[in-house]
Design a protein around this ligand. Structure first.
Ligand SMILES: Cc1cc2nc3c(=O)[nH]c(=O)nc-3n(C[C@H](O)[C@H](O)[C@H](O)COP(=O)(O)OP(=O)(O)OC[C@H]3O[C@@H](n4cnc5c(N)ncnc54)[C@H](O)[C@@H]3O)c2cc1C
Length: 341
């Protein structure tokens, strides 16, 4: 086991968050393998404020972090069990999510091709139950392994124990800030099957039989749509969707429709409706509206962007203006999807 970890002090997080915010960490360490993670867990560091960091693509850093930032960069993708039906893939938490998707696409392991190009690490993927184009990690997650930062015990949580929900999990509720995910296991299908119900996918592939579609076709198309629709965070800092899509009852939706006939909504399996937060924000005039160095992206109002030089506080203030306007116009509360630290 390593006897010590390299600690960097007053370390810039500029290259570690996709809003490109120039904040610093009082202390910063890399955790590159099991030994370093276990050393960290048993160390005195756990007495300090801790931020576990993956790709920083779901974070809004308001201030310099006055504690220790532990950056997970442990790598490894292994196939554990293979049957005719499916395959179990285990990944170290620091693996880049999109590299895991590419590995599965190359090996024709079906299930996460719709989640291509989502930034960040696989270790963070269960935290908000990442989802896109009709698929969530919930659909393929077997378990996560990691450490309770209070008891310092190693634990394995099954998918049921992770309490995954729409952009939520136990790691955002009961275990918020007190669990380090070190490994993630997924179950993928070896039988060809796709999730093509999402409108854009149905329009593209709906008329073809499964035999006429390949896993590469689907992942490439997802990448194309995402690249056209979303800003490149290296150029325009952002953290993807800033807010969750709010959920309303059928009665609330009917009431809203009286005044706003064209409100965009989607039925959920729970009998409620999700409202498209991007539409609500656009209706309030924020699409492309720039205040200082912050605006909503001109092609997608749900994405707040840093044009360069904005602070976390300016971005938060801008987001609060949006919340106020949406509340005023529609009576709806928008909840941030992004973790505000
Ligand atoms: C352009 C863009 C598009 C996006 N599109 C989508 C999308 O389609 N769907 C979607 O769901 N999300 C999307 N996101 C959000 C983001 O990519 C995901 O939430 C991603 O899972 C975050 O991973 P990360 O490694 O960057 O996490 P970070 O931002 O580093 O961390 C996020 C949270 O998880 C915690 N955390 C990170 N790693 C660990 C770990 N190993 N153990 C315990 N806690 C940890 C952090 O402390 C923090 O609270 C998008 C973001 C961007 C910038």
């Amino acid at each position: 086991m390593n006897s010590e970890l390299l600690i960097k002090e007053d370390y810039s997080l500029r290259d570690y968050n996709t809003f490109n915010l120039d904040t610093t960490a009082k202390k910063f360490i890399e955790l590159k393998d099991d030994d370093e993670i276990e050393y960290f867990i048993q160390s005195e560091f756990l007495k300090e404020g801790i931020l576990i960091l993956g790709g920083g693509s779901n974070l809004l850093l308001l201030n310099d972090f006055n504690g220790i930032v532990a950056h997970l960069s442990n790598k490894g993708i292994r196939v554990l069990n293979e049957s005719v039906e499916d395959v179990i893939v285990e990944c170290e938490a620091g693996e880049i999510w999109d590299d895991v998707v590419s590995f599965c696409v190359e090996n024709k392991f079906y299930g996460i091709e719709n989640l291509a190009l989502i930034p960040g690490t696989i270790g963070a993927a269960p935290i908000q139950n990442i989802g896109a184009y009709g698929v969530e990690i919930k659909d393929v997650l077997v378990s996560v392994e990691g450490f309770d930062l209070i008891s310092r015990e190693k634990r394995v949580l099954t998918v049921a124990e992770c309490e995954l929900d729409y952009r939520s999990s136990i790691f955002k509720t009961t275990l918020k800030g007190r669990f380090l995910i070190s490994k993630v296991k997924l179950r993928l299908s070896r039988k060809k099957k796709f999730h093509l119900n999402y409108r854009a996918l149905n329009e593209k592939f709906g008329k073809r039989s499964v035999d006429q579609i390949s896993i590469e076709d689907v992942s490439s198309y997802i990448k194309k749509i995402r690249t056209e629709k979303l800003p490149d965070y290296k150029i325009l800092g952002n953290a993807g969707s800033f807010f969750k899509n709010p959920e309303v009852s059928p009665e609330q939706l009917a009431e809203l429709k009286k005044e706003h006939h064209d409100i965009v909504s989607f039925a959920t399996t729970a009998g409620t409706y999700k409202l498209a937060a991007g539409w609500l924000i656009e209706e309030c005039g924020f699409k492309g509206k720039r205040i200082g160095n912050v605006s909503c992206y001109e092609k997608q109002a749900l994405v707040i962007v840093n044009h360069g030089g904005a602070t976390g506080k300016e971005i938060k203030e801008y987001s609060e203006r949006i919340q106020g306007a949406v509340k005023n116009k529609f009576g709806i509360n928008l909840t941030p999807e992004v973790n505000i630290i």
